[in-house]
Each structure stands twice: as C-alpha cells, then as structure tokens.
Design a protein around this ligand. Structure first.
Ligand code: C5P
Length: 215
C-alpha cells in the first residue's frame, strides 16, 4: 500500500508522515530530503546549476542512503546540512528541470517496490504515485505555517523574525506552485486537511482515519 502526503512547506508533512508510518509499520520516504541532498551534492562538486545534463548525470549516480532520520551522502551524515538556508535557496535548480524530476521520480518508485510506504513531498499523489491507494494533501494558512516555523527556529536558538520567515515561505510556495512539472497541488482524489487550529495529534488521527477508510 502507498500513502502519499503532499503539501506546502511548513504544513507538518514530515513529522505526521513519519508518525503515521511508525504507527502502521510502513516505511517512510521524505522526498524533499532527496531534492535537498542532490542540491547539496551538486554544490559540493561545483556543478553549474545551469548545466542540466551534468545535474541529471549526478542525480543518477549520487551515493545516497537512509536510516531512520539520518540521510547520508557519500557515507557522510548530511541530515543537518541539507536544511541550511544555502541549500534551500538553491533547491529550485534541482526541482525545476523535468529531466532531474524524472530521474528522482524513478528512484522514488524503485524505493517503493515491494513495500508498504508513506511518502511525502509535493508531487507524490499527482506525478510519482498516481495510483496510490490513499492520498492526503496537508495544508494550513501561510500565517499559521510561518508561525509554527518561527517558533521552531526560536526553540533551536536561531535568530529570525516572523516576517522574514513568512516572506521566505511565500517565495518557496510560489516557486513550488509554478514549476511546469511536479508542481505543488492536490491530486483530484486526495483528501485535503486544513490543519489551522489542529494539534499534531488531531492531524495524525485524521490521516489514520483516512487510511482506515481506504483499507
Ligand atoms: O519538503 P521540503 O521542504 O524539505 O522540500 C524542499 C524542496 O524540495 C521543496 O520546496 C520543493 O521545491 C522540492 N521538492 C519537490 N518535490 C518533492 C519534494 C520536494 O520539488 N516531491
């Protein structure tokens, strides 16, 4: 069984998808981490971001591996570095070209083979697993998402204002909604959960309810 959880940045997809996967005993895939890892690898290798052929070539042979919350590139833990603003600001060079998306789509399908999987991202229910048994689109207002993200950053001791977080998030939403292939949108057969005012426990129960109704 494949469960897809798509939605915009800051909607809480990763933590909910991870918890749902644990509850159901399914594998979990964070496809944003894949896009981030390829971005970081290309930066480290000095591959020009306008050289799509070189980027596809790199995406095909990048040495990525996962274990629980940890993601390794060339056998080195990159779980923290892929979340830095430098990587985030360059992701569009990897996420925009359809050729690179095609390569990551193939890898994501390969990972799903023979597995029960909860997979989260932007295009999982639309492009990568259009036949998935259960599709969720998790969202919240831009203000609510920015508020949550700002709180997270404060807790982690990272300086930023709410307005800065909201502006960066709006920019990323725009980029994610505008790309020609794999853009952020709900699949026609996805159940949309608007999470404003819900606790993460409420959201998890809502997702599990949708999964049960698809069994
Ligand atoms: O989910 P996360 O915020 O880590 O994703 C980082 C970026 O990777 C997104 O803003 C989006 O541009 C890209 N992405 C994508 N398709 C996915 C997952 C992520 O284009 N399936």
């Amino acid at each position: 069984m494949i469960i897809t959880i798509d939605g915009p940045a800051g909607a809480g997809k990763s933590s909910i998808a991870r918890e749902v996967a644990t509850d159901l005993g399914f594998a979990f895939l964070d496809t944003g981490a894949m896009y981030r890892a390829i971005t970081l690898g290309a930066m480290r290798r000095g591959i020009a971001f306008d050289d799509v052929l070189a980027l596809v070539d790199y995406a095909q042979q990048a040495n990525l591996s996962w274990k629980d919350d940890r993601i390794d590139l060339d056998e080195q833990d990159i779980s923290v570095e892929i979340r830095t603003p430098a990587v985030t600001s360059n992701i569009r060079y990897i996420a925009d070209p359809p050729e690179i998306r095609g390569c990551l789509t193939m890898q994501q399908r390969r990972i799903a083979e023979g597995r029960n999987l909860v997979t989260e991202g932007r295009d999982q229910g639309t492009e990568v697993f259009p036949e998935a048994e259960c599709k969720v689109f998790l969202t919240a207002s831009p203000e609510e998402r920015a508020k949550r993200r700002h709180l997270q950053l404060q807790k982690a001791g990272k300086e930023s204002t709410y307005e800065e977080v909201l502006m960066a998030q709006n920019q990323r939403d725009l980029e994610d909604r505008m790309r020609p292939v794999g853009r952020l949108r709900a699949a026609l057969d996805a159940v949309v959960i608007q999470t404003d005012g819900m606790t993460s426990c409420d959201v998890k129960q809502a997702v599990l309810g949708i999964v049960r109704s698809n069994l």
